[in-house]
Design a protein around this ligand. Sequence first.
Ligand code: IPM
Ligand code: MG
Length: 360
Amino acid sequence: MAGRVLFLPGDGIGPEVLREARRVLEAVGEVYGHRFDIVEAPIGDGALERFGDPLPEDTRALAVEVDAVLVGAVGLAVRSAHGTEVDASRGLLDLRRLLGNHANLRPVSVPEALVARSPLRPERVRGVDLVVVRELLGGIYYGRPRGIEDGVAFDTEIYTEEEIRRISVSAFELARTRRRKVTSIDKANVLESSIFWRRIAEGVSRDYPDIEFSSMLVDNCAMQLIRDPRQFDVLLTSNLFGDILSDEAAVLVGSLGMLPSASVGGDIGLYEPVHGAAPDIAGRGIANPVGAILSVAMMLDLTFALPDEEGAVRAAVNRVLEDGYGTVDLHADGGRAPVSTARMGELIVGALGTVGKADQ
Ligand code: IPM
Ligand code: MG
């Protein structure tokens, strides 16, 4: 099989984690006899400074002609000389819209090797296996009007019936391949947009009588995720609520650096680790590349329909974690000192050659 993939390293730790993701993708190609042509292009703050645009025209053109796009991280936490963090993030938001992927899938499961490293008690996190299905192209991220005028700041949470229906269908369809449970998240005790969200999600649930459905208020969900995360299978959320809850869910695994994501629904898959640019640790070779590497695994499955290869990457990651390795964010145990970003990638590539079907 041959495929073309666009890598957008972006800002902060993005280039460091994508370097390891590239090595893993190339290793999969070698081990399984596929050819992946990888091209790179700029996005984010760096692109804004060099080209005056966080999503330059050349990047746009490439993004629509490849099979899949992998983003490292976008936006520095400080105001750059040329703009604000909002401007850099716009590169990513424009890219999401360009590719038309409305469903952002953020799986959260705790590998046995990390149970002991979670800040929560083992009995709370062992067996956690949930997916946040986050609406990615609407809501307050894009709503108009927005602005700061005459001492007043405003954003608009806006959802059409069609947008809510579409993401609900994605969540219910995914639940059918899993434990058949959907929890829709809203703030329907306060917000009109949430009352509407709840009504539409409930309506769609009637087409899926085989799926257990409930709605939950977002503040309650934030608590339940820590109190009893195993109750969740598929979490159906708006753009903003999914952004917030997925960072929270990352704590269960022990580090935000572990989580991958895939955005689907358009013709070209978009893959991004859930973490941000982390400028405070950028350039030090300590960032966790696993979120980026597992995003490659999701790409192998969802874009290239290679579930065995996806399983092999996940098994390789688990093998390395079981051997007690981890970057500093994982408080590596097993008597081992934390390893660097590059070493983590190297270990995973090494494990890839040895994981057998039995591990998958
Ligand atoms: C994420 C990030 C982005 C988002 C930012 C960088 C725009 O936090 O993918 O979760 O809010 O969607
Ligand atoms: Mg986020």
